[in-house]
Write a protein that binds this ligand. Sequence first.
Ligand code: RP5
Length: 172
Amino acid sequence: MSEISEPHPSQTSEISEEPQPEPAAAGMPEALEKIEEIDAETPLVGIIMGSKNDMEKMQPAEKYLTEQGILCEVRVMSAHRDPEMVTDYCTNARMRGMKVIIAGAGMSAALPGVAAAHTDLPVIGVPILGKSLGGLDALLSAVQMPPGIPVACVAIDGAKNAGVLAARIINC
Ligand code: RP5
């Protein structure tokens, strides 16, 4: 005796005659508008520094980029005092749409190297003249990176050149 099995619930839905929009596609125009809004405000260069006391030395980078119409953002975060903040910032930089990170620090100046360890974006290091050793401490810390984790290092207190280099990278 053969039994007629009941249709599975998934087979009983009625076929609509009207074509229904795909749920994902229905919200697309709004989503695209939002992405365009975000893109317009995305900084292309992140300028980070180890201390608010580095701000004056780093300002020429921001000034140059702003004059070139390149949006940048400036943040203070120390590789030693705020290591998690540096990790998060640099890890997310590419996803946020950034193209270059400029990192300035004095003394042991770990910030450029730590930034480079957490992103594959180009990192430009700016060694900042401290109170001793004529800035050689920061220069060597920034420039002496191990193979595979590069920092493009400019001169001691050379923030303007960091801005110029970042603009050239973005425009090439
Ligand atoms: C570095 O130590 C900073 O980049 C700064 O140049 C130097 C001294 O920092 P402050 O004690 O002035 O905050 O990490």
